[in-house]
Design a protein around this ligand. Structure first.
Ligand SMILES: C[S@@+](CC[C@H](N)C(=O)[O-])C[C@H]1O[C@@H](n2cnc3c(N)ncnc32)[C@H](O)[C@@H]1O
Length: 273
């Protein structure tokens, strides 16, 4: 779709991920930069690291990790539009970074060389089978390498009405798994570091500031876009953020660093407490 010819109807019919790609949302893992800092410190990311980011959306984690550390890597996402945006955000915010982005199914992605790190930010649940997806990703992680991830989990049931509203906004089912279910696919890895976090709901002012910043940026970069299209984009982004905010009451998230250690992988000889 040519951005110059965008119409109001197009904005409302795009899938959630394509919309995120179109408006160049910085779509971040929970905790954003703070999460990257924890992954970097406890996962020992350095300028020698070579990272695969699976389901990278618009590329925030890999790009900003590369800016922080000088690491190299590749990001893969099934949304072509998100990948196009990841490439242009890389050119704009990290032109010197040795990273690239590729559109495609991460489950079909294979490489000969192994990665030192794999990042998957709040996205494992987007695959039909999280355990199979993780096994595939781990086959590309070198011995002693780190899996850097984050997960949302529910600490109380989300009311059915809210689940239906969220389905309309995101076009997918929201994650309703509890902590133990979220951790199950990781059972054969060594948990090096975990922080468990309670998200703080955003105020209307917080949401306004964020949505205005994102849409103003889009408007500057696409001066031919009409005001009615911009307004529709802002309204849809606000709906997404408000829905995420409503869900926060039921969710917590953790930041995880796991190690693949061939001395005992895929077994676990440590207790969980
Ligand atoms: C919640 S977003 C991920 C957010 C991002 N990782 C972050 O931390 O900001 C989920 C992403 O998974 C991607 N996705 C879903 N199925 C996929 C697949 N089979 N292969 C690659 N990406 C996939 C979607 O396109 C979407 O961008």
């Amino acid at each position: 779709m040519n951005n110059r010819l965008l119409k109001v109807e197009d904005i409302n019919t795009l899938s959630y991920t394509d919309f995120v790609g179109l408006i160049a949302q910085w779509n971040v893992p929970p905790g954003a930069f703070s999460t990257l800092s924890q992954w970097r410190a406890f996962g020992e990311v350095t300028s020698s690291s070579n990272i695969l980011e699976a389901a990278c959306t618009t590329g925030f984690s890999l790009r900003e990790m590369s800016v922080m550390t000088g690491c190299s890597g590749i990001g893969v996402d099934i949304s072509k539009r998100s990948i196009e945006t990841a490439q242009s955000l890389k050119e704009e915010y990290a032109p010197g970074a040795d990273i690239s982005f590729q559109a495609g199914d991460a489950l079909a992605y294979t490489v000969k060389q192994e990665f030192t790190h794999i990042i998957i930010g709040a996205a494992l649940r987007f695959f039909p089978d999280s355990t199979i997806a993780l096994e595939h990703l781990l086959s590309m992680l070198k011995d002693g390498g780190y899996l850097l991830s984050s997960e949302f989990y529910c600490h109380k049931a989300i009311p059915q009405k809210l689940v239906s509203e969220a389905r309309k906004v995101f076009g997918i089912e929201v994650t309703q798994v509890n902590y133990k279910e979220v951790m199950q696919p990781y059972r054969n890895l060594t948990l090096i570091y975990e922080s468990r976090n309670t998200p703080v709901p955003e105020t209307t002012e917080d949401l306004d500031y964020y949505c205005n910043s994102t849409i103003e940026k889009f408007s500057q970069q696409h001066p031919t876009i009409t005001d009615d299209v911009l307004l529709t984009m802002r309204t849809r982004l606000m709906e997404i953020k408000q829905m995420s905010n409503k869900l926060r009451e039921y969710q917590k998230y953790n930041i995880l660093v796991h190690k693949k250690d061939s001395r005992y992988y895929p077994h676990r000889y440590t207790e969980l407490f």
